[in-house]
Each structure stands twice: as C-alpha cells, then as structure tokens.
Design a protein around this ligand. Structure first.
Ligand code: GLY
Length: 369
C-alpha cells in the first residue's frame, strides 16, 4: 500500500508518497513529475551504504543520469564545507538549471541538500527521499532548508519547496530504536496541535511493535504529513500560524543548545519541551492537568524523557532570550488550550517560566552515546 498526499502551494505544489519499497520506483516518480536528465543523488555515508545503490539503479532505469555524492553522517555536515562540496559535485556532474538534486537520508541531508538546491544556479528542483521517521513526518515536508554556523543551528537557510517527497517506509527498519522513538515525539506533537486521535493510536502500541506494523506506521506518517501540509499551505513562510509546529520546540531548542548538540536527540529535547509547554499551558491557558499527565505517560511509553534535564536554569533562560532577540523580541510559546487546539505567540512571564522549570521533577540525564 502507498499513501499519497499533496502540499497545495499553487505553482509550488508537490506530492508526498509514503509506502514500502518506494526507493525502487524513485526514478519513475521523478519522471512523472517531469524530472529528467542530470541529477545529483546526495546521501550520508551510513544511508548511502544501505540504500544508495537501490535509489541510483531506479534513477538509471528511468533514464536519469544520476551522480552519487556522499557527506559524512551527522549534524556537523550542515556546514559551508559540505555545501561547497555539493556545488563542486553538481558542476562536475554537469547539472544545469533544468537538472535536479535528490536528498536521500535524514534531516541533516535533507536540510543541506535542500539548501544546495535552493542556491545552486539560483535554484534547481530537488526531491526529498527521507529515511528517518523524523524526516518523514517533519523536516522533509514544508521547504525549510539550511545549514548551521558555529554560532548556532540553522542560521543560514532558505524556504525552497521540494518538487516531490518519496518516503520509503522500509528504510525505517534499519533505524535504531532510540532514533525511531525520537521521531515519534514529532507525531505526539501533531496529536497535541491538531489531532488527539494520534494519542489513541500511539498509546495502544509499543514502539517496537509499531516499528514492525507497516500499515499502521504508514497511516501515522500519512496523517502527520497531512497536518503539516495543511499548516504549510496556510502559512508557507511562517508569518504566524506555522509557529504551531514548534509546540515544545522553544524550550527543546534551548535544551539542545545548553546540553550541547548530540547529547539529546532532537525528538528527546522536544519531548521535554512538550511537557514544559503543557505545564505552562495549565497555568496560562487552562489546559487540563489530566491531559498533561496523559502526555507524560505517552512520552514515557515511547521511551522519551519527560523530566527536567541536568542543565542549569540560568543557562536555559539565557538561551531562551537569545532566541527571543533573534525573533525581534517577540518569540512566544505555543501553548495548548486542550488536546488538539493550540495558540502561538503566547507571552510567558519570566517568573512563571522559572517556577514551572523548578517544578519539573528530577533531573533526567543521558550521556553522549
Ligand atoms: N519543523 C517546523 C517547520 O517546518 O516549520
């Protein structure tokens, strides 16, 4: 079974295909969308070993002249150095304005290759072929692309929508459980911001069982993409509403920064951030305490951290205020009124932030693995 959804953005609209073994028909899917000729297939060294040849063969079979290029796995690859390597490879492979790039991998490869596509020859088309759950339900959809600077993550970037998203769910079989669970944190987020029935689904299955249940997994990814596509359709460039996708991310980003990137997976930091946001929501939006308890239980069931991490409040508060400066002093929290309904841009007094932080239970630590 394959599920297909569309991101409706006028001339920038595109399809999202989700299903098993899609990489074997990647070339045909590209051709259907009018992508032919020269292509650069960008992956990381882990993913390339597992799926590079399947994707390349499928492109060849569709008559596409694809050159493979590989970046080192890990967040460090969202750098100028790797970007220049991609431009070099694209030039050497003869990519023109009518050519395209393909991002085969997780969020790092997707963001990096997407940004290369946004800027090479003032912009060429690209395909997102996500291989991690996090990328399938979040980063591969919506057109946010970018790289990091030593000063912070995603400081350089562009909105550049893909021409196609092809999520092969079989690739999730090779994902470590910890990463799979971190991807589920974003699904929980969709449950809070738009569709509480995702809670019911996730509560019924252990992450291990879910990993093996292809049909259910496909449904969950499909529903997540549908919710994201709807938000992006209404607010492509985050003028307002798109901020709801950041439920749990305000504190989550601060935790990632203060703990040091790599200590927590993104989804783990978001899980802690969602518990924090739920508690703030109780104080400021009348969010029911039993729903915070339900969120907490679900995150624990998904092996995600829920308690305050071992980082100091002054450091976290400083990271939050740096974020605020970057947004022109107007960064607000996304808070929930009830499961399925959130408000964005909510101001939270500093004393409430600190009090809720201090009430967030025993520190929870995870050393770098
Ligand atoms: N990951 C949040 C967004 O795409 O807006």
């Amino acid at each position: 079974m394959t599920c297909k959804r569309k991101v409706e953005l006028g001339p920038r609209s595109y399809s999202i295909h989700i299903g098993p073994n899609l990489l074997s028909s990647l070339g045909a899917l590209c051709s259907e969308e009018g992508m032919e000729g020269y292509a650069l297939l960008i992956s990381d060294d882990n993913v390339d070993k597992l799926y590079g040849e399947t994707a390349a063969r499928s492109l060849r079979e569709a008559g596409i002249v694809a050159t493979r290029m590989v970046v080192p796995a890990g967040e460090e690859s969202k750098s100028h150095e790797q970007l220049i390597r991609i431009y070099d490879a694209a030039l050497a492979a003869g990519l023109e304005r009518s050519s395209f790039m393909i991002a085969l991998g997780g969020g790092v490869v997707g963001d990096l290759a997407g940004y290369a596509a946004a800027t090479y020859l003032r912009g060429v088309r690209y395909v997102q072929a996500p291989t991690s759950l996090l990328a399938m339900v979040d980063s591969a959809v919506g057109g946010k692309t970018g790289i990091n600077l030593p000063q912070g993550k995603n400081l350089i970037g562009a909105f550049h929508q893909p021409a196609l998203v092809a999520a092969d769910t079989m690739t999730l079989r090779s994902l470590p459980l910890r990463e799979f669970c971190a991807g589920l944190a974003e699904v929980v987020k969709y449950g809070v911001i738009a569709d509480p029935s995702l809670f019911d689904v996730l509560e019924r299955k252990s992450p291990e069982a879910l990993m093996e249940d292809d049909a259910l997994l496909e449904d969950i990814i499909c529903r997540s993409c549908e919710i994201k596509a709807d938000v992006v359709r209404k607010d492509e460039r985050e003028g307002g509403l798109r901020a709801v996708l950041n439920f749990g991310h305000t504190l989550g980003h601060a935790i990632e920064q203060v703990a040091g990137y790599g200590v927590y997976l993104h989804g783990e930091a978001i899980a802690m951030g969602m518990v924090f946001a739920a508690r703030l929501s109780e104080q400021l939006q009348g969010f029911p305490a039993e729903d915070t308890a339900r969120l907490l239980r679900l995150l624990q069931h998904l092996r995600l951290p829920v308690a305050r991490p071992e980082v100091s409040w002054p450091d976290v508060a400083a990271a939050l205020s740096r974020d605020k400066k970057r947004a022109g002093g107007t960064v607000g929290f996304v808070l929930a009124e009830q499961l399925g309904t959130v408000r964005y841009g909510c101001p939270v007094p500093a004393d409430v932030l600190e009090r809720v932080w201090n009430e967030s239970g025993e520190p929870w630590s995870r050393s770098k693995e």
